[in-house]
Design a protein around this ligand. Structure first.
Ligand code: CBF
Length: 794
């Protein structure tokens, strides 16, 4: 009864000292406590790492209190919850993701917590995160990142939150109340163990959860094997199952047809859905309520096996009628695609799927045949279109199209920028758009100002709060527009320049320590950091640098005094199997070697490749940049989020009108950035011209220099040069080169007028509020997920 519960609660409170306090003294006491009792070192003798561990545990304790309060409150008030399913989260120290998509997931978690949304993230706890890039002799080498070597003080292992995940086996018919039903008899069982990572909001006590799954061998023993004396093999097999969550696939664009990748996807999906359904059933007893209480978000197609799995759970296990289950399922999923080209969309060979998940393949066929029937009623017997829209792709390798499945089952299909969404509607998913125009939306990406200003640029953070007269911009980035009121104030501009100088000093020191190259702070710091890809055109940047060097070498000594000194900084990882991307890295080093050792050029031009570009490096590089380059061929970058981080830090952009840059231009005005290159609607026509395409002489000259071995290794660079030869230049480097050089010249011209440059810099930051992930999340919450904030009152 009530009296008994009250007495129990009072007893519990009497055992507690109350909530942990946050004053410096209490925190110090706690840190020492953890040094002694968690890290097990003497409080008189511990090193920096142990101090870090003790500090982390002290902070974690506080997060856990908030986490408990938040979840108790959610449990009590039963709001509709969002479950954000993503195979990648790039939080920072833990590099459990590749690039833009993964870092965007991390920003979204921060915003979900800060805006008090009742959300959970689900992902995989890879033991090896994204590889470490080391450079030997200009070549990229990959080294494993066993990030758990020293433990992870931020996570909480939930040994009691485990689920069995099944694979392989057969499907058998069973009789249920006189009706025939298919039932999956799996052949292998793996256990998923939960690791929780509290995600605190800013300026709120709400602390949400990122639950990551790790694979462990199941306790189901293969009795047969043990009895036949094959003890060693049984152990080896058990260990193999653990490998499912071992390693993150290091390619950020294609994951085609690999068995382990498929196992990872299903392992993740199955554990997450079991957890979600369990939580739902604890609070509700009718699956009709599922759409009012649960929103499932597919972050790209990687988790889209969820659709087949939830149908299996509802139909096979919960015994719902197929149509009823399908109606429910179609109301709970939303889908964001981060890809532009149809070739980049995931496909799973049916042979592979059928052997690993036989029941799921049957379910997918049934979903497809129902869809095809419905479609025929809508569009008639247009077989070409029917075959394009089918979930099943016939052909040499019969496959399941994960994007088609996701679109068919989701109530909303999101693009990540306006331009991207237009491309999806007009090209990639045109057939689907014509069928269901109302499904297609766009929600432009964003980044969190808490990480990308407050943490990474403390001097700018202080300056913003001082001149805006408030810290409220940290939770409401729209307030940054207030900077526009001060742009003509010389005092403000002076302080703004000082902040940039300070950040450039920090970056210059880092560059010197890591590469030995000393750079001048008066030079323009010109940065391109992102994954290395042909479409991102790092090669265009390198060719521009070669051209600049060539001009300097051929320039009159007097004219050189008018040249704006540049420090060109390039960083990024190439997927291990991506040969051309690796050659781009090598070329960058070869050019740097030549330029940086040319005493005649001195400080007028330097080129530095920053190895192992990651979130921590980004926090240093972005605030110190004067100019940043975003060079993708128009129509290829779905959104781009790096540009938004630079914008927030008052760095000017030199960019093509691609992805969300188009919206950045709308916000800050085309006068405040350097735009160049073919527009998206011109690209197809330029490609059609092929060999007849006009390419500037400067481009041909630079290409010749590389071909002729001016930077060494001419044989090695041959295949790289071939990719941009007229007639073969898919990403249009040659035809964009002229306008690229003009944009670079405009940047030089602006830089010699520091007041003008500073105004552009301020206006860039002032327009960055729209690109906060808080805006993104609010739009998703209101339009797509239909969830409301749920702030824990304690
Ligand atoms: O939407 C987030 C980012 O995702 C990618 O990185 C991706 O992995 N598909 C895109 O390439 C980016 O354009 C996009 O910003």
């Amino acid at each position: 009864g009530f009296g008994e519960r009250k007495a129990k609660a009072e007893r519990m409170f009497s055992l507690m000292d109350g909530f942990l306090k946050n004053d410096p003294f209490s925190l110090q006491k706690d840190i020492l406590h953890h040094v002694e009792y968690t890290v097990a070192r003497s409080r008189f003798n511990f090193d920096d790492y142990e101090a870090y561990q003790a500090l982390s545990h002290s902070v974690r304790d506080r997060l856990i209190e908030r986490w408990h309060d938040t979840h108790t409150y959610f449990k009590r008030t039963k709001p509709k919850r969002l479950y954000f399913l993503s195979l990648e989260f790039l939080m920072g120290d833990a590099a459990l993701g590749n690039g833009g998509l993964a870092r965007f997931s991390a920003c979204q978690m921060d915003s979900l917590a800060t805006l008090d949304y009742p959300a959970w993230g689900y992902g995989l706890r890879y033991e090896y995160g994204l590889f470490r890039q080391i450079i030997v002799d200009g070549f990229q080498h990959e080294q494993p990142d066993y990030w758990l070597n020293f433990g992870n003080p931020w996570e909480i292992e939930r040994i009691h939150v485990t689920y069995e995940v099944k694979f392989y086996g057969t499907v058998e018919d069973v009789d249920r109340n006189g009706e025939k039903h298919e039932v999956w008899i799996p052949g292998e069982t793996v256990e998923a163990v939960a690791y929780d990572n509290p995600i605190p909001g800013y300026g709120t006590r709400n602390t949400i959860n990122l639950r990551l799954w790790a694979a462990k061998p199941s306790n189901h023993f293969d009795l047969e094997a043990y009895n036949t004396g094959d003890y060693i093999n049984s152990i080896v097999n058990r260990q193999r199952t653990e490998s499912i969550s071992n390693v993150l696939y290091p390619d950020d664009r294609s994951h085609q047809g690999k068995e382990m990748r498929l196992k990872q996807q299903y392992f993740f999906v199955s554990a997450s859905l079991q957890d979600i359904i369990r939580r739902f059933k604890e609070a509700h007893n009718n699956f009709d309520e599922l759409p009012e209480k649960v929103a499932l978000h597919l972050n790209d197609t990687h988790p889209s096996l969820s659709i087949a799995e939830i149908m299996r759970i509802l139909v096979d296990e919960e015994q719902l009628d197929w149509n009823k289950a399908w109606n429910i399922v179609c109301k709970i999923f939303s889908f964001t695609t981060h890809t532009v080209v149809a070739e980049g969309l995931e496909k799973i060979p049916t042979d592979l799927l059928g052997s690993l998940l036989p029941r799921h393949l049957q379910i997918l066929y049934k979903i497809n045949s129902n869809f095809m029937e419905e479609l025929k009623k809508r569009i008639g017997l247009d077989y070409n279109r029917l075959s394009r829209m089918s979930i099943v792709e016939e052909g040499a390798v019969k496959s399941i199209r994960m994007a088609n499945l996701s679109i068919i089952c989701s109530h909303t299909v999101n693009g990540v920028s306006k331009l991207h969404s237009d491309t999806l509607k007009m090209r990639t998913f045109k057939d689907f758009y014509e069928l269901w125009p109302e499904k297609f939306q766009y929600t432009t990406n964003g980044v969190t100002q808490r990480r990308w200003i407050v943490v990474s640029n403390p001097s700018l953070c202080a300056l913003l709060s001082k001149w805006l007269g408030t810290e409220a911009w940290i939770r409401n980035a729209d307030l940054l527009t207030g900077l526009r009121d001060h742009v003509d104030n010389t005092g403000f501009r002076h302080e703004w320049k000082m902040v940039k100088r300070l950040n450039k000093m920090r970056l210059a020191e880092y560059i010197e320590t890591m590469s030995g190259v000393k750079v001048s702070l008066d030079a323009m710091f010109d940065v391109q950091v992102k994954r290395i890809h042909e479409y991102k055109r790092q090669l265009l940047n390198i060719f521009g640098i070669i051209h600049r060097y060539d001009c300097l070498k051929n320039m009159d000594k007097n004219d050189r005094t008018k040249v704006v000194p540049r420090v060109c900084i390039i960083g990024g990882k190439a997927a291990p199997g991506y040969e051309i991307a690796k050659k781009i890295i090598k070329l960058c080093h070869a050019v740097a070697e030549k330029i940086n050792n040319d005493a005649d050029i001195g400080d007028l031009l330097k080129l530095v490749f920053i190895p192992d570009y990651n979130v921590s490096v980004a926090e240093m590089v972005i605030p110190g940049a004067d100019l940043s380059q975003h060079l993708s061929t128009a129509g290829h970058e779905a959104s781009g989020t790096g540009s938004m981080k630079f914008l927030m830090n008052g760095c000017l952009l030199l960019a093509t009108a691609d992805g969300s840059t188009v919206e950045i231009i709308e916000e800050i005005g085309s006068d405040n950035l350097f735009l160049f290159g073919a527009k998206v609607q011109e690209v197809a026509e330029l490609r059609e011209k092929g060999g007849a395409l006009k390419v500037p002489l400067q481009f041909a000259r630079v290409l010749r220099m590389v071909r002729d071995g001016y930077f060494g290794d001419k044989d090695y660079f041959k295949s790289l040069c071939d990719t941009v030869e007229v007639g073969n230049d898919f990403y249009l480097l040659g035809s964009d080169f002229g306008s690229y050089l003009e944009a670079q010249a405009a940047a030089d011209k602006a830089f010699v007028e520091p007041e003008k440059w500073t105004k552009m810099s301020i206006l860039s930051a002032a327009g960055s509020g729209r690109f906060s992930s808080d805006r993104t999340i609010r739009e998703y919450a209101e339009r797509t997920w239909k969830i409301d904030p749920c702030q824990c009152p304690f």
